[in-house]
Design a protein around this ligand. Structure first.
Ligand code: ASP
Length: 350
């Protein structure tokens, strides 16, 4: 008989399931890390994201801004109903409600905006941009973020697709009396892990995030991070994605970085800020991403040697060098510049 899975266990499975699945046939693969500005990159690897950065690159090629390019690319990814990790079609929280987090940062003006736990808005990254450009605040959350979005003309609509609702309903049916939130993942007792129905795990263990970063022809840098966060999260839970310095950081003098993975780890490590500061000291984007992974891993090793988190970082510098790295290996990002669309692979810490 299939045993049921505590909800905490869902949180640690299937990391990267939302990174993008359908690899484009015919797209070149690189391990080199050099591109040329203008350039746009994303942590996603699926067809929609490739279309997104291609559209973003058209803006850059026409002399448009990095900010417009990353917003265009992210919007295309956010409205994809097939992407369970971002925007419309994202997996709901434990109450069956889709709550989205997003942030934007403009390296030219040293300005930033974010929304967290916003409901019923398809393009949270564009609301974040409005927060950045039309207010003196950096972050709006929940009801306030929704009211602000509506006042700015964003339509309110249901974001829960049938597929996401069915997966959530299946998870809810499989609750057991052992189902609990539990202590922080890295302090959890690993004893007693149960066998669970892989189909149930697959159906609900979706999380992921998109990072889109760009340098334009004027040398200005911008970035966006957007996510629906963890499926089955506690209503109101906010991850790293809308936290400037955690899920995203941009500095025109250096470059930009973004994070995918367990937001709780990334928030505590200030990972995107860490990566940009390492690049400032002269590390390549890939080295800086590895350094940020090491910092998380070393700290957890002290309290639980068996625990391995699952972060994935992407970065680019003002010269157009790009890089990525992942805790568990298989790091890959999509890149578009005048040399065309391609993947760049990165190292894993393990
Ligand atoms: N970073 C996201 C969050 O913690 C989730 C993910 O990327 O998997 O909300």
């Amino acid at each position: 008989m299939t045993e049921q899975i505590p909800r905490r266990q869902f949180f640690n499975r299937g990391l990267g399931a939302g990174l993008g699945v359908a690899l484009l046939p015919g797209v070149g693969r690189l391990t080199a890390v050099t591109g040329t500005a203008p350039i746009i990159v994303t942590s996603h690897r699926n067809q929609v994201s490739q279309n997104g950065i291609t559209a973003g690159f058209e803006i850059l090629s026409a002399g448009g801004s990095a900010l417009d390019a990353v917003e265009k690319a992210t919007n295309m990814i956010e409205i994809d109903p097939g992407d369970r990790s971002v925007g419309y079609g994202g997996m709901p929280n434990e109450a069956g409600v889709v709550q989205l987090d997003a942030s934007v940062m403009d390296g030219r003006t040293y300005n930033a905006g974010a929304v967290a736990a916003i409901e019923n808005i398809r393009n949270p990254s564009s609301v974040a941009r409005q927060v950045m450009e039309r207010t003196d605040h950096v972050m709006l959350v929940g009801r306030g973020a929704l009211e602000f979005a509506k006042s700015m003309g964003f339509p309110e609509e249901n974001l829960l697709t049938d597929g996401a609702r069915e997966a959530w309903a299946r998870w809810r049916e499989d609750h057991s009396d052992r189902d609990h939130w539990g202590p922080p993942e890295h302090l959890r007792d690993r004893e007693g892990s149960e066998e669970v129905d892989p189909a149930v795990v697959e159906a609900v263990a979706v999380h992921g995030t998109v990072n889109v970063l760009a340098v334009d022809s004027e040398g200005n840098i911008a970035g966006i991070t957007s996510t629906s966060g963890y499926a089955k999260k506690i209503p109101g839970r906010v991850g790293d994605s809308p936290i400037i310095g955690a899920g995203l950081y941009v500095d025109n003098a250096v470059g930009a970085a973004g994070a995918v993975g367990r937001g709780e780890d990334v928030i505590k490590a200030c990972s995107s800020y860490h990566i940009v500061m390492r690049m400032r000291e002269g590390r390549t984007p890939e080295e800086a991403c590895m350094d940020a992974l090491r910092m998380i891993e070393e700290r957890y090793r002290k309290v639980n040697p068996d625990y391995y988190p699952g972060e994935h970082f992407v970065a680019l510098n003002r010269g157009g060098e790009v890089g990525c790295a992942s805790m568990s290996g298989g790091a890959r990002m999509s890149v578009m510049d005048s040399d065309g669309l391609r993947y760049v692979d990165g190292p894993g810490l393990r």
